[in-house]
Design a protein around this ligand. Sequence first.
Ligand SMILES: [Fe+2]
Ligand SMILES: [Fe+2]
Length: 341
Amino acid sequence: MSSKERFADKMEFPPEIEQPNVYPLSWHRKTEKLQEVWEASLREYWKPEELPWDTLDLDSYTWEERECIAYWWTLLSVFDASAPPVFAEALIKTYEVHEEDPVRKCFFSVTSDEQNHEIMCGLSITKLLDHPDPLTYEPKTDIGRRLQKNAKWLYFNGARYWNGYKTAVPKYDLAVLFSSFLMGEIAAATIFKQMYENSREPVFKEAFKNIGRDEGRHMAICMAVMERDYPGISEEHKAIVTKQIRAGYLFLSAVLYEPPADFWDLPSDFIANQREAEEIARNAGFGIPTVEAKRENWRQAIINLKGVLDHYNIPFPAIPEVGITGEEISDVEMDDIIPVF
Ligand SMILES: [Fe+2]
Ligand SMILES: [Fe+2]
């Protein structure tokens, strides 16, 4: 007989399947809210390629302005280009743990939305630089050269985070993963709304409106799953959530505020170069909030999140950088990081 054990001639029904197994053969539907979000995602689907690109007159921008705006899209893509694989990994997990059907569909929609955001970053960068890769592009101005160095360092840090994420996902329960996702989604919804309001180029405005709407749906998904799962959350999981929120703050600050030096491994001129670029982009009508406005937004997003977690008696971490007191969390490592954007 072959080494493969045969069952069908020994028993009437097959043996139990070992879990977690990759796929459920069931379509339970408990959380109606998630079905609504899934349907909204289909209705609100958009195509970055079909935005009014013909209205973008690149010759009305200087090369400094083009490189500075492209830098912001590059910064965003350090987060958004990692989001499709990040959510694809989470999507697989929803199948492995046999999540109900609308949860699986919602994660599929987030993966697809995030790929759209990444496509949008790519189209913007390619048009602005006339080159499809910000790391191999030959900068034309002094600020462009300094920003390319920034971009290389951001990319290096982002790459470290991917390994952390891959080891973190199997370790954590979906309930814990959702708290990290929520942090990213609250913050994303806030920043894109502002970028929409403050940008004057129609194609970017339209993109920010669409991305902001997508992020709002992602936030609704996280909230619905938390409402379902958090009333019974264990003390052990609560402690992990608290730590994740602190990790999320450190990670996402790079795009929503400024990268904290104790976590982001960046050269000392990084922040000065970035501030200079943001000023140039802002003056060219590209709506990046000022440092003060970013700080205030970020604080507001964190306060909203705190409101959600307080509701479930989950201790909140101290975030003194934006004036929020709470539990002191000091041992945050790259391996702990699971927030996404
Ligand atoms: Fe996104
Ligand atoms: Fe998102």
